[in-house]
Structures are given as C-alpha cells and as structure tokens.
Design a protein around this ligand. Sequence first.
Ligand SMILES: Cc1cc2nc3c(=O)[nH]c(=O)nc-3n(C[C@H](O)[C@H](O)[C@H](O)COP(=O)(O)OP(=O)(O)OC[C@H]3O[C@@H](n4cnc5c(N)ncnc54)[C@H](O)[C@@H]3O)c2cc1C
Length: 351
Amino acid sequence: MTAIRQVAVIGAGMAGSSCAQALTLAGHTVQVFDKSRGPGGRMATRRLEWRDRDGEARTTGIDHGAVSVTARSAAFQAFVNQALQAGFLAEWKPLLAAGSLPVEDGAPLCVPVPDLPALCRHLLDGTAATWSFAVDSLQRRPLGWQVAADGLCHPTLFDAVVLALPPAQAAPLLKPHRPDWAGQAAATPMLPCWTLMGIADDPGPTDNAPQAALQRDLARPPTGELAWVLRNDSRPGRDRRPGQAHWVVHASAGWSQQHLEQSADWVQRQLQAALDRWLGRAVDWQHLVVHRWRYALPQAQTTTDGGCWWDADLGLGVCGDFLGGASVEGAWLSGLAMSAVLPQRADSRGR
Ligand SMILES: Cc1cc2nc3c(=O)[nH]c(=O)nc-3n(C[C@H](O)[C@H](O)[C@H](O)COP(=O)(O)OP(=O)(O)OC[C@H]3O[C@@H](n4cnc5c(N)ncnc54)[C@H](O)[C@@H]3O)c2cc1C
C-alpha cells in the first residue's frame, strides 16, 4: 500500500470519532460521513417536545443511548481522566434503588455533558464531517475510493476508507470488496433493546416504602422485562425541573428480542406497565415515547482480531464495538487500533 493521505471514515459513533481524531492528529486528511444529523451513534440524546399540565410548550433532552461510560483499560482511563478534567465527562453517583442488582463491578460511572454525543463532538472538533449522508455505495476507482449516498458522490477520491458501523450495516458495503468480511459481519449477533423514555409528574419525597423507589436514580431490576431504570434528571448537567421526573427505561435483551417486531404502541404499554410494577404505583406521564435499538450491543463481550480489520492492498478498514469490545470503551479502543494500523502519511506534495 502506498502512502495514505485522504481517509474517509464512515460512521461518527465512538469508534469512528476516536479513529478520525487519531488519524487527523497523525497528519491525515479525514472526511467523516454519518447518516444521522450529528455525531454520537448509540451515544444518543433525544430531544423531546411536549405540553405540560398547564399547556406550556416544553422541551428537554433525554439520554436514550449508552447508560454510562466506564473505564477498565489504562488507555481508556487516561482518556476518561482528560475528558473529566476538560469537562466533557462528569462522574455520576446515582442512588441505587432497593432491590436492584449492583451496577457492573463498581467502577465509577461517567456521563458525557451536556449530552451523550458531547464526547464524539469533542473528538471530531476540527474534522470535516458530512451529516445526513447514508453511504450506500463504495466504488474502488484506479485513483482511489469513491463514496456515495443515494446517487450522490462525494467529490474526493479517498486513499483509504474506514467503516465504523454496526456489523449488519457494514456488511452490504463490504460485500463487493471483501465478501469474507461481509459474511463475518452479517453473522455477528447483536442484541436489540427497546427503550421507553418520557416526562412524568414527580410526587416528591415520601416516607412510604414502595414510593421511596421513586426517589432513586438508578435500578437494575433482577427479573422481568426491565434491564435498566434511570432518572435522566439525576444525571450531571441534565435538565432538572421541580415537579417533573425524567425517566429512561431499557428493556432486557431477551424481552426486546422476543418482541422486536411488535408495534411501538404495544411495546410502550408493556414497558409502562412494567415500570409501574417495579415502582409499586402508576406513573403519571406528561409525555412518553419508545425507541427500538435493533443493534444495541454485540452479543460477544470479548475482543477479536486485535480490535479492527485492515486490508492494506485495498485500503479498506473496519472498526467498531463488535471488534473492540461491547461498550463505549471497546468502540474507542477499536477506533484507535484502526488508526494505528493505517500507514503513516508520507509527504504528498503534488497530489
Ligand atoms: C440502549 C443502550 C445502552 C447502552 N449502555 C451502555 C453502557 O452503559 N455502557 C457502555 O459502555 N456501552 C453501552 N452501550 C453500547 C455503546 O453505546 C456502544 O458499544 C458504542 O457506542 C458503539 O459505538 P460504535 O462507534 O461502534 O457504533 P455506533 O455508535 O453505532 O456508531 C455507528 C455510526 O454509524 C452511522 N451509520 C450507520 N450506517 C451508516 C451508513 N450507511 N452511512 C453513514 N453512517 C452510518 C450511525 O448513524 C452511527 O452514528 C449501550 C447501547 C445502547 C443502544
């Protein structure tokens, strides 16, 4: 492979963002593409708009993607420490509800501020990005890669392309060039997650035992439909309004899988009822909505192949949590591993 100058990174989640930043720092010219209107991927915050009890128009952000960021490797811990110092991350010390399973292994929980995409926004600061561009074609031309969406070709010919996508979305783009990788990606099992989020009346502090759960910030119910129940308004840097409770409820992977193709209305009713059962009372909603994460997390928790795939002859790479580990940290590590295997940029005067 000759020297690489222009790199297209497709996908601006944590893997694509960490890869793009490292490549930019190494001197490459990087162009990021994402089908969404901004970065973050599964580190996602949804803007909710509704009318409150007085008919006033209200709006707030709700984190319906990754619950928290935790560091286990020394490299990611160093990144987390820097982000904490710079103010892109804040530590979250939630009160755990009675009856909840413990949270992971007790590692500190961090949350990007003011919203989940903030960390990726920070990593991509200064990198060229094209949003609302759902790449559906990658053509290998004699002088480089052509990237297209919906019949529209980006004008740059790229020396290398990095796919930082969930495996099912990477597979069709890989198929014409590396059918073996496409097959592996398509066969990688991903767990789904149905998520309920919304705004409810907050009954305030109480001595009543079941209702005391309402004052808790986080729960991992040990059985039933729900995997995570959290108060978004208890998280650092989020909206906190008197009289309101901002809930996010993630269904378990098993329940989500079983009901993946059900209607949103049906799922919403089931998850509302499950939350009422968990809290021991009916929640008075002002506004609520459900979201289906078809590819929430890779099933396998282990890393493979050192965290990324790279074909030096083609100038084609793949990274993401399915290669680096099923977490924000795994995605970050995979993006970094990807950047490290690309040949360093040589002086490319005259191109
Ligand atoms: C509900 C939920 C809770 C979670 N909780 C946690 C947690 O508590 N802790 C934790 O560590 N992890 C958690 N995770 C997992 C974590 O969010 C992911 O592991 C990580 O964010 C994956 O990053 P990624 O860059 O690999 O992929 P993604 O974040 O999925 O990024 C892929 C990007 O590619 C874009 N894209 C897809 N197809 C195309 C295309 N054709 N063209 C252009 N762009 C495209 C997408 O828009 C997206 O921005 C959770 C995930 C979910 C869904």
